[in-house]
Design a protein around this ligand. Structure first.
Ligand code: SF4
Length: 236
């Protein structure tokens, strides 16, 4: 749905043109294989997005990982659309706790945030067969691809095209896996561009610790999924 209003469309690489406003109907599909049969899990949600309002879609996993990145982006003059899409987080109480912390911080920065659908059942189905993988193994690769593909999709539909993730700020994550996931997401949504920055450098790790203290953020001790909470969880 388009309105006659137009806005400047620009991304952090400097391209500028004039684009309209859109109401986005967002359909997410997972292809699943269960007991040898294929299923498609489909989610629907609708976003009202002003084309050209944002320079970047930043997927955020939690407040501790994203706080310094958001601060840095704003300092650089980049205005991101924050996207919380983490169906991997379990149980729901944990999900709500992390989401609430992100909401609190994003509101203070006066940024807009879109919340993806919490389809944890679809996530579990997508990870079938990978339950015993260690952290940074194949399950994590698939989990990150799943989240970044939806981020690229939102970037494409919002018209800002560039996307990034706060996952890259965590020292527990594999930068190689994040790069791979970003590239896979780019391929799935041609025209999008993954901003592949090392968010642990340039004083951001130190600033991350400061902001956790300053804001009193809930700082979880496990990645997010139920498998990362098991005593047998191990990191490669
Ligand atoms: S450990 Fe983290 S990245 Fe890996 S599958 Fe679980 S939630 Fe996803």
């Amino acid at each position: 749905m388009m309105s006659p209003n137009c806005n400047r469309k620009s991304n952090i690489f400097g391209s500028t043109n004039v684009t309209p406003c859109y109401k986005i109907s967002f359909t997410s599909s997972y292809n699943l294989k269960i007991d040898g049969k294929f299923f498609t899990s489909t989610l629907f949600t609708t976003f009202q997005v002003m084309m050209g309002t944002y320079d970047l879609v930043l997927h955020v996993c939690c407040a501790p990982c994203s706080a310094a990145i958001l601060e840095k982006l704003l300092h650089e003059g980049v205005r991101p659309l924050v996207y919380f899409f983490n169906p991997n987080i379990h149980p729901e109480k944990e999900y709500e706790r992390r989401l609430e912390e992100v909401r609190r911080y994003v509101k203070s920065l006066q940024l807009e945030m879109q919340e993806g659908v919490y389809d944890y059942k679809g996530w579990f189905q997508s990870m079938q067969g990978l339950e015993n993988e260690p952290e940074r193994g194949e399950r994590c690769r698939r989990c990150i691809v799943l989240r970044l593909e939806q981020t690229a999709r939102l970037a494409a539909e919002a018209g800002c095209l560039t996307f990034a993730t706060s996952l890259a700020s965590s020292r527990w994550k594999s930068l190689e896996q994040i790069t791979y996931a970003g590239q896979e997401a780019e391929k799935k949504y041609p025209g999008t561009l993954f901003l592949n920055r090392n968010w642990r450098r340039g004083g951001l790790s130190e600033r991350r610790r400061e902001l956790i203290t300053t804001w009193g953020f809930y700082n979880q001790s496990f990645c997010g999924c139920i498998y990362s909470q098991l005593p047998t969880a191990r990191r490669l």
